[in-house]
Design a binder for this molecule. Structure first.
Ligand code: HEM
Length: 400
């Protein structure tokens, strides 16, 4: 018998996450838009589900959740095409798609981007300071990963104001009422990305879109729909998640000031990722056959999601799991998921996080919240722990 458990509080998730782990390994919880779902909440259960490719599929077509199928039917075609990305494919098809872009996100490839990430971050911090506006999300945490993925894809700097507007609709989609605006924004993003792809077809460059053009021209490797799905995934996954990890990490460090001196330790970014767990949930995994899991019977097509944020506070794996310990080792956190769909952008995300936190505290050792913590607002998005704004003061004196 699975317990139904309330979702953890965004402001202070520790107690709610502990409840989820205690009630696990499987629990039921309500998810906005989708309804009640089953979640794996212990580290062992999440890992088992994410790694078992023979029993679980990420392909939404294998699902029998009526609400999900209904939501899919409502989608305009070009938005539905974007959902056919590598994250929703299994086995050989998944590997074929992932291989086309894999090299660009390996550790050594990401390291070549470090000087550029640093230059972009310095520019954003300068502009933020000059703006007189205190919001770190708007001026730094949002534009940094967006600028980096845009440069990797080879998108024009002058178009960024448009993306930022379109992306805002994604963060605002908290209920059915937000869907028309969400679909309109995704349609704009998809039209824009396809137009850039056509440009690179005519005039290739040395960016990631050109890599995809090459793969698409090389016989059967990628269809046009697959290119669009890939671009949409890289563009959206490439910055939305990192924005929330960056801003949540700043808040977490402000609440744990003794840890700030340890930011340069090799283990620091992984511990922030574990503790913050801004991507709380994976995509659903659909059972490919009837099976019993942890004493519960499931039918083929039923869905389970891995609750990564709960798994990352599992006391069976992490001593004193609510404590931020930047020297934690080993640290088998699941912030980037696990198994074949382990986050493609993990090295890039860690590089961006490390660069911006290092620069921020070098520039502003007295960094502080500009408002009481209880005034901070969190979005209601399912599965994401995201600050709407993070007003900061850079120095203890007057002004920012
Ligand atoms: C700190 C920031 C990030 C976090 C916490 C994060 C988290 C995750 C998680 C949990 C998954 C697995 C989802 C599942 O199994 O259902 C995933 C997959 C993925 N992520 Fe990230 N991500 C981050 C940044 C990035 C960046 C910068 C990129 C850059 C392109 C990226 C690209 C992807 C892609 C393409 C996948 C799908 C991989 C596959 O299906 O094989 N992510 N990410």
């Amino acid at each position: 018998m699975m317990q139904t458990v309330p979702a953890p509080d965004k402001r202070d998730p520790g107690p709610g996450l502990a409840r989820l782990v205690n009630a696990g390994p499987l629990v039921r919880m309500r998810v906005p838009l989708v309804g009640e779902m089953t979640f794996a909440t212990t580290h062992a259960a999440c890992e088992a589900i994410l790694k078992d490719e023979s029993l679980f599929s990420t392909d939404v077509m294998n699902g029998r959740n009526r609400r999900v199928n209904w939501l899919l039917r409502l989608m305009p075609r070009n938005v539905r095409v974007m959902t056919g990305n590598m994250l929703q494919k299994d086995g050989a098809e998944h590997r074929r798609l992932r291989k086309t872009v894999d090299a660009a996100f390996r550790r050594n490839a990401v390291e070549t981007w470090l000087p550029r990430i640093e230059a972009i971050a310095v520019g954003l911090l300068d502009d933020w300071e000059a703006s007189g506006d205190r919001d770190f999300v708007r001026h730094v945490a949002r534009p940094l990963p967006l600028a980096v993925i845009c440069e990797m894809l080879g998108l024009r700097h002058s178009d960024r104001a448009d993306f930022t507007r379109w992306m805002a609709a994604l963060s605002d989609a908290e209920s059915i009422r937000g869907l028309p605006r969400l679909y309109m924004s995704l349609t704009r993003i998809s039209r824009y990305l396809m137009a850039r792809f056509e440009e690179r077809r005519r005039e290739p460059g040395d960016d990631l879109i050109s890599v995809l053009v090459h793969a698409a021209e090389d016989g059967e490797r990628l269809s046009d729909d697959e290119v669009l799905a890939m671009l949409g995934l890289l563009f959206i996954a490439g910055h939305e998640t990192t924005t929330h990890i960056i801003s949540n990490s700043v808040l977490t460090l402000l609440n744990n000031p003794m840890e700030i001196a340890r930011l340069e330790e090799e283990t620091a970014m992984d511990e922030l990722l574990r503790h913050v767990s801004a991507v709380e949930l994976t995509k659903p995994r659909y059972l490919t056959r009837d099976a019993e899991l942890f004493g519960v019977r499931f039918r083929r097509g039923q869905a389970i999601m891995a609750h990564l944020a709960a798994a990352n506070r599992d006391p069976a794996i992490f001593d004193d799991p609510d404590r931020l310990d930047l020297g934690r080792k080993p640290n088998r956190h699941l912030a980037f998921g696990g198994g074949p769909h382990f986050c493609l952008g993990a090295w890039l995300a860690k590089a961006e996080l490390g660069v911006i936190l290092g620069l921020l505290w070098k520039r502003a050792p007295d960094l502080a919240l500009a408002v009481p913590e209880s005034d901070l607002r969190w979005t209601g998005q399912a599965g994401i722990r995201a600050l709407r704004t993070l007003p900061l003061t850079l120095s203890s004196g007057a002004g920012m």
